[in-house]
Write a protein that binds this ligand. Structure first.
Ligand code: EPZ
Length: 427
């Protein structure tokens, strides 16, 4: 396994281009299962997780080829309906093949994903939603076995909590259902909107995009897709906070500022200078006698979109560790998303967990020092990189395969901005 070594204390300057969104690419790749033919997806990030999803489609009988950031997928011959445990345990988003397999082949067998570092991550909302469409599901030997009883018929689905992949699975499962399917308390994340746009180009009839109430009118068939993955708002937010932590001035291009309303507000409240353009941000934290501008400590509560994203919580905590006061960070989406706290404390952060809240007492711009730390999950690893960029001395981040699930070329992108960062084999 490799590790990342960062010599902290260097400001970032220049420009960085944002890749396609992991959490849009995964459902859009899965949606190509809905109908045979050659599908074309543009701006697909080359990540561990997108490679895993493409591998899963191969197991199901699809073929694919990548040319740069364009991936072409052929789903003429589906030879299987099973997503095996060995693969699903590495990426829970594999459950996204349930919806399209049930829509097209009326049956599917997918390993239960099991928990992960950040929480139990059940899929009960997905399964109860399927039941409303005439799908019978049962759990056997750790697998979800699902099949359409007689026919897929539209129904009303209500999510107790807005579930991103739950909404995406139900959208895909219902495109051929007889009549109308209404999804209430649907997730409003931009990645759901990207999937809706792709399904519409294929011939699906969906209303309510961007709202918490979606209506799908079943159609007889769909045609192959050509779609473009939206920019990754979580990658964008991660780089905004990397510059806020390290100091400097960076232009972030090929992104959609409108997808980050909450983070933009919070960073401006911290005293970070944020400029918004059509397809990008400028972020500026000038240095004074070698230190970046003091950071105001600001409270944050994670919420479903358009609230503050849970996927940026760990990164924001690293930033608040450098703050000039106390910040309360309340994580309301996942029950165990503070794995990064212990590692940040090893770098000198002062953080106290109290249930679903973490009280971060900032140690100031020069309060963190490098250490050997371990990545525990995707966004926690990004948090450690941000802290390392702002720390005095050297930080080694191990288990960086977590990072590579969701960030394309992060080491190269940060090095191009002036960071002293290297990836080296772990002895
Ligand atoms: C998606 O996960 C994202 N993953 C996550 O990003 C993200 O953190 C999460 O949405 C929340 O925004 C992808 O899109 C591939 P949920 P998902 O269903 O769909 C509970 C990253 O770092 N719930 O919206 O699995 C659940 O426990 C990853 O890129 C149920 O109880 O999340 C959580 O408390 C991490 N039963 C809440 O709902 C269900 O059936 C929201 O989860 C489904 C969800």
């Amino acid at each position: 396994m490799d590790k990342i070594v960062i010599h902290g204390g260097r400001p970032l300057y220049g420009r960085v281009s944002i890749s396609g969104a992991k959490n849009a690419a995964l459902p859009l790749i899965a949606a190509t299962l809905l109908t045979p033919g050659w599908h074309t997806l543009h701006n697909v990030p080359d990540l561990r997780d997108t490679r895993t999803m493409l591998r899963l489609l191969e197991i199901l009988g699809a073929r694919w080829q990548r040319q740069g950031s364009t991936v072409r997928i052929n789903t003429d011959q589906l030879t299987g309906v099973e997503a095996p445990y060995e693969l699903v345990k590495t990426m829970r988003a594999s459950v996204l093949v349930l919806g399209p397999l049930l829509a097209r082949l009326k049956t599917a067998r997918v390993s239960l994903p099991g928990g992960c570092a950040i929480g139990a991550r059940p899929i009960n909302y997905h399964l109860s939603g399927f039941e409303q469409l005439g799908i019978r599901t049962s759990l056997r030997e750790g697998y979800v076995e699902a099949r359409v009883e007689e026919q897929l018929s539209g129904g009303t689905v209500y999510f107790d909590k807005p579930s991103v992949t739950g909404t995406e699975n139900l959208l895909m499962a219902s495109v051929f259902a007889q009549g109308e399917t209404v999804i209430k308390n649907a997730a409003r994340e931009p990645e759901v909107g990207n999937l809706i746009e792709m399904l519409e180009t294929m011939g699906a009839v969906i209303t309510g995009k961007g709202s918490d109430r979606l209506t799908v009118s079943g159609v007889g068939e769909l045609c192959p897709a050509e779609a473009t993955i939206i920019p990754d708002r979580i990658e964008t937010g991660t780089y905004l906070m990397a510059v806020a932590a390290a100091g400097g001035e960076v232009e972030i291009t090929d992104c959609i500022p409108a997808h980050l309303p909450a983070l933009t507000e919070k960073l401006q409240a911290c005293g970070v200078e944020i400029g918004v353009r059509d397809s990008g941000f400028t972020v500026r934290c000038p240095l004074n006698q070698g230190l970046a501008c003091p950071l105001e400590s600001v409270d944050v509560t994670t919420l479903p979109y358009p609230g503050f994203p849970t996927d940026l919580q760990a990164q924001f905590m690293a930033l608040m560790a450098l703050g000039s006061g106390a910040s309360v960070i309340h994580e309301t989406i996942f029950e165990n998303r503070f794995m990064h706290v212990a590692e940040l404390e090893r770098m000198g952060a002062n953080i106290k967990i109290d249930g679903a809240a973490a009280i971060v007492r900032g140690v100031g711009r020069s309060g963190l020092s490098g250490a050997q730390v371990m990545a525990t999950d995707l966004r926690a690893s990004a948090s450690l990189v941000i802290a390392a960029l702002a720390s005095r001395g050297v930080t080694e981040v191990s288990r960086i395969y977590h990072l590579e699930r969701g960030y394309e070329k992060m080491v190269e992108k940060l090095a191009a901005l002036g960071a002293d960062i290297k990836r080296i084999p772990e002895a």
